[in-house]
Design a protein around this ligand. Sequence first.
Ligand SMILES: [Zn+2]
Length: 156
Amino acid sequence: MNSSPLERILAAHEHVTGYRERRTGRGYRITCAVCATASYKGAVTEAENGSVLMHFFCGHSSAEVLDALGLSLADLFPTRDLRTLTPQQRRELRESALLPKWRAALEVLTHEANVLLIVASKMGDGFVLDDNELTRMRIGALKIFDAQQVLAVRHG
Ligand SMILES: [Zn+2]
């Protein structure tokens, strides 16, 4: 693909949302693909090195909007060569790669926490757990442990 990050992003925006970008003095305004409304809440500008800077006044992050456009943070940059990225851009890239795993881990944590809450309230009501329920609780504890391992990422 020879297109610039800006061209890629504007094309994906129009394709996904059905709205064309609007030119402004310093760049473009686009709609937020996450909000999926007709208001132009996004400001898009091209930096001198060809990277794209995006800001969404609705509060959605660039990563969330790019995800909704079928793109990733790497698409903000003219090259995927990591040597040209700033430490901040590198960190954003690493974190964007981890987001799906974190999301899955959080779903597991939420689900298993609910299971344990139900069991705890049964025990509080004086119920004695049978073998199946004890096994289910042990599996839940293991799943929570795994999810914690996924989420325990050091930021550096
Ligand atoms: Zn939004």
